[in-house]
Unconditional design. Structure first.
Length: 760
C-alpha cells in the first residue's frame, strides 16, 4: 500500500479511494479535509490519471499552493506542477487568456481590480451627469458585482422587474444604464474585472460548444474545495465542465456556509445529491482539533438548524473543561474581563499571546477589547481589519472633534474641510496653504480672518461658521452632546448612513461605536462615584493615549488575535473568546425575520465555537451603548441552545473602576509621547492628595440611594460629611450635587455607584 495513504482514518480512506463518479465529502470542522483533498489528487495521479486532466479549484491562493506542495511531496516527483490547481478566478483567467478571441477580447486583456472598476464607474457617473454622492461608486459596483455573480447581464438587469423596483426604492433607477455603459467601457478597453472572470467563463461555455467540449474532455476529474462557499456562477460553470464524465468531487461543510453576503449559497451543497445520480456521500466526523466538550456544544447548537446535512463531530482528544459562560454589566466590562482572563490563563497555564483569539460579530465591537488589552499591556493584532481608532471614518470624525478643540492643527482641518464634500477643492486648499506660509500664520487664521484677501468663498465662510458654532458648545456641553452635534450638522453620519453597501454599513457602525464610547465616557464615574471632567478635551486626551499605543504594536510579535468570526474561518486557537452573544447583535437584528438568515447566523456561531482547541469562553453584556443610548440586552438565543451540563456560568459585576494602572498611570507613562498631558496628570494627582483623609464612621453602612433628597446630610467614605444641594437625572442614573465643604467642595456623584450614609 502506498505511503501517502498511511495515517488516514477509515472515512478519509473511502473518500480518497473512490475514483470514478460524483462524490460529496462532508468535512466537519477540524476533520482533515485538506489532507483528504490532496491525498485524493495524489491517488488519482498514482493510478495513472494525467495531471493535465485534473482540475482543482480553491478559494485562496494559499490553499492552492499548499495543495500542490502536498501532492508533490506525496508522490515524490514534479508532475504536480502540471495540475490545474488554483482559485476559481486564477484558473478561469488562465483559460480565458487562451480563448479571449472567441469573446472579442485580446489575449493580453487587462484585469481590473476593485479600485480600477470603481474608477471606471466614477467616470461613467460623471459622464452621465449624475450625483456621485448618490450614485456612489462602491454601491454601484456592489450591485453590478452581485448581478454578474447571479449571471445577469445588463439587458437582463434592466428587464428584471424586481431588480428595477429595488433600484427605484433606493432612488437609484439608473444603475442598469450605468451597468450597461460599464460593460461596454470595459469591453472597449480590453479589460475584465474579477467578476467577469466568472461571468465571461460562463459565456464562453454556453455560447461556444466547441470550447465547452474542449474543457470537458481536458478536465476528466474535478475537485472543488469549500463547495459551500460557491455562488450561482461557480455552480453553473462546474456543472457544465463536469457534465461529460461526472467525476466531480466536492469537499465542504454546509454547517460552515457563512458568506451569503458575498453571493455564496448553501443550497449548492445541500442539493448536490439531487444533481447527480449514484452520488457517493462520505462524512468526515472525527475532529482532530478540539476537546469533546467543545464539540458537544457545537453539535447541539448546529442541530437546531432545519436545513442541514446531519453529522456528529467526535474526537479521541480529552473531554476538556466546561465552556465558560460569562455575563458582564457593560461592554467595557466585557473587554476588561477578557483582558484579565488572558493574563490569568497566561500565568496559570503558560499560554502565549498567540494562543488567544477574541471573535466578534462586527468589526465595531473591537474597540472595548483593544482598549482593555492596551491598558493591560497585552500585545494584540487586528486580523483582517484596521485598529478601531485608525479606521478612516473614525479618524475623520475625530479630526472634526480635534479641530473644534484646537484650530491650530492644520492636518486635521485639511482632512475635514471638504468632507463631506462642500465645494472646497484641492486648488482652494493649496491657495490657503500658500497664503499661510506667506503671512507666517496658521491655516485657520487664513480661512477665519475676513481681512486676508485672495482665499474668501461662501463655502469657506460656512465651514468656519460651523466650527465656531461647535466651539460655542465647548464650555456648556459635555463631550457627547458636542460630538452628536458634530455628527449631525456636518452631515458626516448621514453620509455614511446613505451608503447601504456592506462596507458602508460597517463604516456607519464604527462611527456609531465611537459615539457610544463618548457617551459612556460622559456617564461613567470614577471609583468613588464622582463624575470628573467630561469635556471633549478630556475625552480626546484619553483617546490620544490609546491611539498612540498603535505605533508601538509590532505586527510580527507574539500577539492576541482580534477578528470577526468571518475572518476566523479556517483558523484555530488554543483559547477562544466568542463575545457579544446578545439578541440583535448576535444573531444580528437583520436576521431575525427570515429562517435562512437566522440559520446562517447559527452557522456563524458554530464556526466560532469550532475555532477553539482547548478552552472556550462565551460572553455577553447586560448593557451596551447603541446609537448613543444605553440599551439593556437579552442574552442571545444561541446561549439557550448550549446544554447546561457543558457550561460553567460566571457573572462579573459592575466595574466603574478604571483599568489596572488607571488613567493617572497612563498619563504618567505617556509624558515622553504627549508632554502636553502633564498638567492634567498633575491636576488629577493633586486632586487626590490635597484634601485631608476622612475616617469613616464606625460600622459605616451605605443607605438606599432612592430615599435621598435635597437638603439631606450624608457621609461619603472618602469625601466625608456633606449636604445634598441638587438632584438631577432619572431614577436609574440620578446625579447628586453634594457640598463636602473645605478640601473637597461640591462634587457630582452618581447615586447608583456611590456609597453614601444618611446622617440621622
Amino acid at each position: 500500500m502506498q505511503n501517502y495513504l498511511a495515517g488516514l482514518n477509515d472515512e478519509q480512506r473511502v473518500a480518497v479511494e473512490h475514483v470514478d463518479g460524483p462524490i460529496m465529502i462532508i468535512a466537519g470542522a477540524g476533520s482533515g479535509k485538506t489532507k483528504v483533498l490532496t491525498t485524493r489528487i495524489a491517488h488519482l495521479m498514482n493510478g495513472g490519471v494525467d495531471a493535465f486532466n485534473i482540475l482543482a479549484l480553491t478559494f485562496t491562493n494559499k490553499a492552492a499552493a499548499e495543495m500542490k506542495e502536498r501532492v508533490e511531496k506525496a508522490l515524490g516527483n514534479s508532475e504536480a506542477r502540471n495540475l490545474y490547481i488554483g482559485t476559481f478566478h486564477s484558473v478561469f483567467a488562465r483559460i480565458l487568456r487562451g480563448e479571449a478571441h472567441r469573446l472579442g477580447y485580446p489575449n493580453n486583456f487587462t484585469i481590473y481590480d476593485t479600485d480600477d472598476a470603481k474608477s471606471v464607474i466614477r467616470d461613467i457617473v460623471k459622464d452621465m451627469n449624475l450625483d456621485d454622492k448618490h450614485y456612489k461608486a462602491a454601491y454601484v459596483y456592489n450591485r453590478i458585482s452581485a448581478a454578474k455573480n447571479s449571471l445577469i447581464d445588463p439587458v437582463m438587469y434592466k428587464a428584471d422587474t424586481s431588480i428595477q423596483q429595488e433600484d427605484s426604492r433606493t432612488t437609484r433607477p439608473l444603475i442598469g444604464d450605468i451597468y450597461d455603459a460599464y460593460a461596454k467601457r470595459c469591453f472597449k478597453n480590453g479589460a475584465m474585472d474579477f467578476d467577469d472572470l466568472l461571468f465571461k467563463m460562463y459565456v464562453l461555455l454556453t455560447h461556444f460548444p466547441e470550447a465547452l467540449a474542449k474543457y470537458q474532455n481536458r478536465f476528466r476529474y474535478i475537485l472543488i474545495d469549500e463547495y459551500q462557499d460557491t455562488n450561482l456562477a461557480q455552480y453553473a460553470i462546474i456543472k457544465m465542465l463536469g457534465a461529460r464524465h461526472e467525476n466531480i468531487c466536492v469537499v465542504g461543510d454546509d454547517a460552515q456556509s457563512i458568506y451569503s453576503f458575498r453571493g455564496a449559497t448553501v443550497a449548492n451543497i445541500l442539493q448536490f445529491q439531487d444533481d447527480y445520480e449514484d452520488v457517493k456521500v462520505v462524512k468526515l466526523e472525527q475532529n482532530y482539533r478540539s476537546t469533546q466538550t467543545i464539540l458537544n456544544v457545537a453539535n447541539n447548537v448546529i442541530g437546531n438548524n432545519k436545513h442541514q446535512i446531519k453529522k456528529e463531530l467526535w474526537t479521541s482528544n480529552v473531554e476538556g473543561e466546561k465552556i465558560m459562560l460569562v455575563r458582564t454589566m457593560t461592554d467595557n466590562d466585557e473587554g476588561r474581563f477578557v483582558a484579565d482572563a488572558i493574563k490569568e490563563q497566561q500565568m496559570r497555564n503558560h499560554y502565549s499571546n498567540k494562543d488567544f483569539a477574541v471573535l466578534y460579530r462586527t468589526n465595531s465591537q473591537s474597540r472595548s477589547f483593544e482598549e482593555a488589552l492596551r491598558r493591560m499591556n497585552i500585545p494584540y493584532k487586528l486580523v483582517g481589519g484596521t485598529s478601531f481608532y485608525q479606521r478612516k471614518e473614525v479618524k475623520d470624525f475625530l479630526a472634526y472633534l480635534r479641530t473644534v478643540v484646537n484650530t491650530q492643527d492644520e492636518e486635521n482641518i485639511k482632512r475635514i474641510i471638504n468632507y463631506p464634500a462642500r465645494g472646497i477643492g484641492k486648488t482652494s486648499i493649496e491657495k490657503i496653504l500658500v497664503r499661510a506660509n506667506e503671512l507666517n500664520v496658521t491655516f485657520w487664521e487664513v480661512i477665519s480672518n475676513p481681512d486676508i484677501p485672495g482665499v474668501r468663498s461662501a463655502q469657506l465662510d460656512n465651514f468656519v461658521m460651523m466650527i465656531r458654532s461647535f466651539q460655542s458648545m465647548l464650555a456648556k456641553g459635555n463631550a457627547y452632546d458636542l460630538a452628536f452635534a458634530v455628527g449631525k450638522h456636518t452631515g458626516l453620519v448621514q453620509e455614511l448612513h446613505n451608503d447601504k453597501s456592506v462596507e458602508g454599513l460597517a463604516r456607519y457602525e464604527n462611527v456609531q461605536e465611537l459615539l457610544n464610547s463618548i457617551k459612556e465616557f460622559t456617564e461613567t464615574p470614577d471609583e468613588e462615584g464622582e463624575l470628573l471632567d467630561k469635556s471633549l478635551g478630556s475625552y480626546l486626551q484619553q483617546i490620544t493615549l490609546l491611539t498612540d499605543a498603535d505605533k508601538d504594536n509590532d505586527p510580527d510579535a507574539d500577539a492576541v488575535k482580534l477578528m470577526t468570526i468571518h475572518g476566523a474561518k479556517g483558523l484555530e486557537f488554543g483559547c477562544v473568546f466568542v463575545v457579544g452573544l446578545e439578541e440583535n447583535l448576535f444573531p444580528s437584528s437583520m436576521s431575525l425575520f427570515d429562517r435562512a438568515d437566522l440559520e446562517e447566523e447559527r452557522r456563524l456561531f458554530y464556526v466560532a465555537i469550532t475555532r477553539a482547541k482547548e478552552r472556550l469562553w462565551v460572553t455577553y453584556a447586560n448593557s451596551r451603548y447603541r446609537f448613543g443610548n444605553l440599551v439593556q440586552n437579552d442574552p442571545s438565543r444561541f446561549i439557550e441552545e448550549i446544554p447546561a451540563a457543558h457550561l460553567d456560568k460566571t457573572f462579573t459585576g459592575v466595574s466603574n473602576r478604571p483599568a489596572p494602572g488607571g488613567f493617572n498611570t497612563m498619563l504618567n507613562q505617556s509624558f515622553d509621547k504627549v508632554p502636553s498631558l502633564k498638567k492634567l496628570a498633575d491636576k488629577l494627582a493633586s486632586a487626590t492628595t490635597a484634601a485631608p483623609a476622612h475616617t469613616p464612621t464606625a460600622n459605616f453602612a451605605a443607605d438606599d440611594a432612592s430615599g435621598m433628597a435635597v437638603g439631606m446630610q450624608v457621609e461619603h467614605q472618602k469625601f466625608g460629611f456633606g449636604k445634598i444641594l441638587t438632584l438631577e437625572g432619572g431614577a436609574n442614573n440620578k446625579i447628586a450635587g453634594i457640598d463636602f465643604g473645605a478640601g473637597h467642595g461640591v462634587k457630582k456623584i452618581m447615586l447608583n455607584f456611590a456609597k453614601l450614609r444618611i446622617v440621622k
